[in-house]
Ligand binder design. Structure first.
Ligand code: ATP
Ligand code: MG
Length: 200
């Protein structure tokens, strides 16, 4: 019997993608021996509709630019091409339909996002579809997770206290984001004049 392909799925708004995302994906790929990590930018984010989010196409292209040099990283359009808000269960169902039963899925998410997800979803189906990996970062801790055995792992990634919110705020304030995001992302944000006119 051939071994199942171990596929990481990193969902996020990626508005913009930054080195925290990339380090987390790289570290999880190493620790869990993943064959590939697919970055999946969200469509309309169910949590972030209250503020304006950069166009899906910009967020998708930034993810492509940021991951292009890593042969184990790729980017999927499944969430941005599906109408309506993105729900993780749809992402995982679509991934399973796309890749078939020969793949095993590892959904990578920040511990903060994981804690929220486990409170509002039909978690039974989620846990059937994927193993969940919650990455801790500074300032975020999983409070009493009550997690089912075997389907959720928590791991610490090298502490990078970078967030997309901080990157957007810095751009708006005219402060540099060099080295918080890949060089190509600094240039793409400049070229497209992103994050300059947000109503905060
Ligand atoms: P925002 O500030 O807009 O919420 P964000 O930086 O949290 O953006 P998201 O696109 O919301 O970025 O994050 C996608 C996933 O990556 C989430 O699961 C989030 O918890 C995780 N993540 C974000 N930043 C980091 C980081 N610095 N280290 C580890 N994981 C991170
Ligand atoms: Mg976030």
């Amino acid at each position: 019997m051939t071994q199942k392909r171990r596929l990481g799925i990193m969902g996020g708004t990626f508005d913009p993608i930054h080195h925290g995302h990339l380090v987390a994906a790289s570290e999880v790929a190493h620790v869990f021996s993943l064959d590939e990590v697919v970055f999946v930018p969200t469509g309309l984010s169910s949590h972030k509709e209250e503020r304006r989010v950069a166009a899906a196409e910009d967020r998708y292209l930034m993810a492509v630019i940021a991951t292009a040099s890593n042969p184990r990283f790729s980017v999927s359009r499944i969430d941005i091409d599906r109408p309506g808000p993105t729900y993780t269960v749809d992402t995982l169902r679509d991934m399973r339909d796309l890749h078939g039963p020969d793949s095993e899925f590892f959904f990578i998410t920040g511990a903060d996002a994981l804690a929220a997800m486990l409170t509002w979803h039909d978690t039974d189906e989620l846990f059937e579809l994927a193993h969940f990996i919650g990455c801790t970062r500074p300032g975020h801790r999983l409070a009493d997770p009550g997690l089912p055995n075997g389907r959720v792992s928590l791991m610490e990634v090298p502490a990078l206290s970078i967030s997309s919110t901080e990157c957007r705020d810095r751009v708006r304030a005219g402060e540099p984001i060099w080295y918080l995001v890949p060089d190509g992302i600094v240039q793409y944000i400049n070229k497209r004049a992103l994050y300059r006119d947000h109503a905060a």
